[in-house]
Design a protein around this ligand. Structure first.
Ligand code: PHE
Length: 433
């Protein structure tokens, strides 16, 4: 559940629909689904398996499967690269999650009759961005100081089904509204001529890896926390399925909502005919949908943005856990102290991004998610395919799953991770360059 909590987050509900809208709708959805199942899932299994075998942070785990000094150095670069990537992602993720929290405070303030507060919290200002980002980082640090324990799993277990139920209710409502049909069409009817567009491919790849939290050391460390009795193959498949389904549902809500909003006179296209910029899409379209529901909309908005903030929190804690577990295990520093220091360090980076938001937000996001994550995940596949002893891989796979030997996964996956994953990721890059 913690791994699912890490995977499900803003990437599903904010990233995926936004990317879909700006990359031609259904063609993007199609490519995304193919890449998520055919590339991200096998790479996800590689990271989980490395972690469970190594029983430690990303660098140590990769070093345990290394065979010589050169591999060990390579392991350090890949593992540490993932940790840096996680920290970079957290620095911009905290800003967006802060916005989600501010949109939860807005209906709450209105319910209390605090109109001025309600207006202030949804107004793009330096002070509001800093305040909510700080608040979100504080919560993340607070949880990680205590460690990824019971509490998080319980939260994820109870709140994730609630998020799914709310999404389904909202979708059922939206599709009855005027304009929704056009939105459904844009979401589900692919223009096949677009599927090989370089920009679309690289965005879909980045989005799929982002959504499964790959290439960030997160799934390696979570893998190390999974008991040897668990069946990793089904566990990984379940997490992938939950993750992809929630993204798909979010798209089913947000893309039709865009067209509904347009039918109601809300501007969703900029002056030059392109869609309004990514970050404002969700924050323009959803509040206008909640408003259209009358007085109940306030409560729906409140519930939605609270659940979103929690989903973001179960992802952000996993990002902080990567660097923290590395520091604790490798440098024997005290967990509580180092969590606070690293958290504050990342918040300072967030503050720099907030001060230069117009160009830095996109820059850091693209750097970490479209380049960093797929490259590091590809290197992890190379580790599994080319460096790790095949017998050790198979022994680890068999832990908690005696029947795996008879499965298709067993026959295909080791070979697939060795040849297909690295090549396919490299081809997408080459194509996009
Ligand atoms: N997968 C998370 C989401 O979709 C984001 C994430 C990326 C979490 C990298 C951890 C590491 O929101």
């Amino acid at each position: 559940m913690a791994a699912a909590g890490s995977a499900v987050g803003l990437g599903n509900i904010w990233g995926f629909p936004t990317q879909t809208a700006s990359n031609g709708g259904a063609a993007f959805v199609l490519v995304y689904l193919v890449l998520a199942f055919c590339l991200a899932y096998p790479a996800f299994m590689a990271e989980l398996l490395i972690g469970r075998y190594g029983q430690a942070n990303a660098v140590t785990s990769l070093q345990k499967i290394s065979r010589n000094l050169f591999h060990q150095r390579f392991a350090f670069v890949v593992g540490f690269g993932g940790i840096v990537c996680a920290a970079l992602i957290l620095s911009f993720y905290g800003i967006l999650a802060g916005w989600m929290m501010s949109y939860a405070v807005e209906p709450f303030s209105r319910l209390l009759g605090l109109q001025a507060t309600a207006d202030w919290v949804v107004n793009q200002s330096l002070a509001r961005n800093l305040l909510f980002c700080a608040l979100f980082m504080f919560l993340t640090i607070f949880i990680i100081r205590r460690g990824v324990e019971e509490g998080i799993e319980k939260w994820s277990k109870r709140l994730m089904p609630l998020l799914i139920v709310l999404l389904i209710i909202l979708i059922s409502y939206v599709i009855t509204l005027e304009g929704a049909q056009e939105g459904l069409n844009a979401y589900l009817n692919p223009d096949f001529s677009r599927v090989l567009e370089p920009n679309l491919l690289i965005s879909a790849l980045g989005q799929a890896f982002f959504s499964l939290s790959l290439g960030t050391s997160v799934m390696v460390i979570y893998g190390s926390y999974i008991s040897k009795k668990e069946n990793l193959v089904t566990l990984g498949a379940q997490v992938t399925l939950i993750d992809v389904s929630i993204a798909f549902l979010a798209g089913l809500l947000i893309i039709p909502s865009m067209y509904v909003a347009q039918a109601q006179g809300v501007a969703i296209f900029a002056a030059d005919g392109s869609l309004i910029s990514g970050s404002s899409l969700v924050f323009t379209v959803l509040p206008s949908l909640f408003n259209s529901m009358g007085s109940i909309g306030l409560y729906v908005g409140l519930a939605f943005f609270i659940l979103m903030s929690v989903a973001a929190l179960t992802s952000s804690i996993s990002m902080l856990e990567g660097p923290v577990s590395y520091a604790v295990e490798r440098h024997q520093v005290e967990r509580k102290k180092v969590t606070t220091y690293i958290g504050i360090g990342i918040f300072i980076l967030s503050a720099i991004i907030i001060a230069n938001i117009s160009f830095m937000l996109d820059f850091v996001a693209v750097l970490a998610t479209q380049y960093g994550q797929p490259i590091i995940a590809m290197l992890c596949c190379i580790f599994v395919g080319w460096i790790w002893f095949r017998n050790d891989i198979l022994t680890e796979l068999k832990q908690g799953n005696d029947m795996v030997e008879h499965s298709l996964f067993w026959k295909i996956w080791p070979w697939y991770t060795k040849f297909v994953c690295p090549t396919a990721i490299a081809i997408v890059f080459w194509h996009s360059l």
